[in-house]
Design a protein around this ligand. Structure first.
Ligand SMILES: [Zn+2]
Length: 300
């Protein structure tokens, strides 16, 4: 089973190429890994299956460079978060006493938003990166692996899974467990990168131009952001159908004004404005933006 597609279990695939590595992963990659595309459900994944120890994964993730966020970006993210919560609340038919869970809670901004709404709030993550305001007693937090931690069944009204599935080797197990602990008619918010974005097409052209033809633009399992599995419209829908979660809302979204996330005295601002911004606009117009998001529900 190890070499089968982690989403549909099928054996057929096409090899797309090698992945970029970095100075840390270079030291312990001892297999000939390839990024492949499943012929059946069109998910992207790595073969052979990645076998890194917990220590090796921590080495990679701890080296992540967290860039300083501009005021504009912080405000923008806060606004988006509020809108996502409002939308979930709408689907929950303005139910009170909402029990909320964030899987992969990170800095804990969702936990703060939930507490502000008077909800019962729980967060889980493998590391505790919460900012001070998210470390209050009212917020329940567990430092553990989601699949290894017991939660009560049919308990949560709203579960949040933002940018998590692309980092796990077994996305189906995550969704099955989430379905078990979600109440009937509860809401699951999921977002993942869209591997078939226009932005990735441009990256492939750049790789070809600079003579790195063997390197694929899909996923980045051995370099930040360490995505080990990837989805498109088709494979994301396949994943939702397979886990029998009802789709309330599904869309393709982008980060159109991301150049504002760096101050104009930084190189990143100008690269974003003249290179990424035009791609984002066209990607938006032809519906090949960089993210996919969905509001799902447990119907039975
Ligand atoms: Zn598949």
């Amino acid at each position: 089973m190890v070499n089968n597609c982690p989403v549909c279990g099928s054996k057929g695939y096409v090899i797309l190429g090698k992945s970029k590595t970095n100075s840390i992963s270079d030291k312990f990659i001892n297999k000939d890994y390839n990024v492949v595309k499943c012929n059946n459900c069109y998910s992207y994944f790595v073969l052979p299956q990645i076998e890194f120890s917990n220590e090796q994964w921590s080495l990679l993730y701890n080296s992540e460079y967290f860039s300083c966020q501009s005021k504009w970006l912080i405000k923008q993210r806060a606004k988006e978060l509020k809108q996502r919560f409002d939308k979930a609340k709408y689907y929950l038919k303005d139910k009170n006493n909402i029990k909320f869970l964030d899987v992969g809670a990170g800095e804990g901004k969702t936990l703060i938003e939930g507490i502000g709404r008077g909800w019962e709030v729980t967060g889980i993550d493998i590391v505790d990166n919460r900012i001070e305001n998210a470390k209050i007693n009212k917020i329940k937090f567990t430092k553990a692996k989601f699949l290894e931690h017991e939660f009560p069944e049919n308990y949560f009204d709203f579960i949040y899974l933002d940018s998590v599935l692309e980092h796990v080797l077994n996305p189906i197990e995550y969704l099955i467990k989430i379905k078990r602990i979600l109440k009937t008619n509860g809401i699951l918010y999921v977002s993942v990168p869209n591997e078939d974005s226009l932005f990735n097409d441009v990256r492939r052209i750049v790789f070809n131009v600079i003579g790195r033809k063997g390197i694929t633009e899909k996923l980045k399992p051995f370099d930040s952001p360490y995505h080990v599995i990837g989805f498109s419209f088709t494979s994301f829908k396949y994943l939702m159908n397979k886990t029998d979660l009802g789709i309330k809302y599904f869309r393709n979204i982008g980060r159109k004004f991301d150049f504002l996330s760096s101050p104009p005295n930084k190189k990143a601002f100008w690269i974003s404005l003249f290179f990424l911004f035009p791609i984002e606009i066209v990607g938006y117009l032809i519906k090949r933006d960089v993210y996919l998001e969905a509001y799902l529900t447990k119907e039975k």
